[in-house]
Ligand binder design. Structure first.
Ligand SMILES: Nc1ncnc2c1ncn2[C@@H]1O[C@H](COP(=O)(O)OP(=O)(O)OP(=O)(O)O)[C@@H](O)[C@H]1O
Ligand code: SF4
Ligand SMILES: [Mg+2]
Length: 314
């Protein structure tokens, strides 16, 4: 068994809007990521994916619940207590156009985390990280500015800056959604290679087909909760929650015989400031029963290898 790196237990994150309104961005999420494991957190816009990742990095405070990195409880860690953890747990953002400072050359961008953490042998570490991120030969890129790079190359620079500290885990928040389709597979393949070399990866995506292709495990999130989780192939081939079934139904299949009837969800887009009673999916669920508006189903076993779903029909 590989070591568990990140453990999130029953995480709740609420934002206040005005004096009374509470946005339940994350409403009881538990998940783990082990060394060498690629976990995808999937769900539609606004379901709380980024908030989950940012809370794990202590960029946003948890309202309740626990976050552990290896054997350390970091739920309430101070910025200085987070310093050594940040070396190990790095985040890659969605937009490589925004996340790279246009005034700095690539070599300075990749060296910056090393400077912050006071590490020496910077030139060597910068080159090694760049080559690991697929910017080879490093000499070709070191002196360039971000505007002299393509979108895919920029995202590789962000990944190199994250790798410079030789982390044990990466949180990647929609790492390819801003990139041209033609370069997405290269970046995802790079993350996959890093996982093979032992890093734990938590990738946030709204794209179930990307998750299906690269992840070991998929966690499907709906309105602040994980409603289904399990081995990627199980969740895709044998989805149990009606929400996952709807997501899977619109994933294009290479074999048209296996295509499902696309299921377009009806009803209003969910609002985390006004979470429905009972099963939070009931206003949009095509198979809801009367009990669904009062019963809030927990995750229950729904198959082998930790496949679980939160639906009273499971
Ligand atoms: N600082 C904030 N203050 C108030 N509400 C917030 C704040 N940040 C996020 N939210 C709300 O919390 C909910 C979850 O947001 P989050 O960004 O985590 O979703 P997401 O799943 O990452 O969505 P996307 O796919 O669009 O990035 C949303 O309704 C969002 O509007
Ligand atoms: S509990 Fe009811 S509303 Fe919720 S997913 Fe299952 S059938 Fe649908
Ligand atoms: Mg997000």
């Amino acid at each position: 068994m590989s070591e568990t790196l990140l453990t999130i237990e029953d995480l709740v994150v609420q934002y206040r809007q005005g004096r009374k309104k509470v946005v339940k961005a994350v409403d009881g999420v538990s998940l783990t990521v082990a060394a060498g494991e690629f976990v995808a957190l999937v769900g539609e816009s606004g379901c709380g994916k980024t908030t989950t990742a940012q809370t794990a990095m202590r960029m946003v405070p948890a309202t309740s619940g626990t976050i552990r990195y290896r054997d350390r409880d970091i739920t309430n860690a101070t910025q200085s207590e987070m310093r050594p953890i940040r070396r190990e747990l790095q985040i890659i953002f969605q937009d490589p156009y925004e996340s790279l400072d246009p005034r700095f050359r690539v070599k300075d961008i990749v060296a910056e985390p090393l400077e912050i953490h006071g590490l020496d042998n910077r030139d060597e570490r910068v080159r090694a990280a760049m080559e690991r991120a697929g910017l080879t030969p490093a000499d070709l890129y070191l002196e360039r500015y971000p505007h002299e790079l393509s979108g895919g190359q920029r995202q590789r620079v962000s990944i190199a800056a994250a790798l410079a500290l030789e982390p044990t885990m990466l949180l990647a928040d929609e790492p390819v959604s801003m990139l041209d389709v033609s370069v997405r597979a290269g970046i995802l393949g790079l993350l996959n290679d890093l996982r093979t070399s032992g890093l734990g990866i938590l990738m946030i995506t709204h794209d179930l087909s990307t998750a299906a292709h690269f992840a070991d495990r998929i966690c499907v999130m709906y309105l602040g909760r994980i409603v289904e989780e399990g081995p990627a192939h199980e969740v895709i081939r044998n989805p149990q929650h009606p929400y996952t079934k709807a997501l899977v139904s619109v994933v294009p299949q290479p074999d048209p015989e296996q295509s499902m009837q696309p299921e377009i969800l009806q009803g209003e887009t969910p609002n985390p400031a006004d979470v429905p009673t009972g099963c939070r999916f009931h206003p949009r669920c095509p198979v809801a029963t009367a009990a669904c508006s009062s019963e809030d189903p927990p995750l229950r076993p729904a198959g082998s290898d930790g496949h679980r779903a939160a639906c009273i029909l499971v």
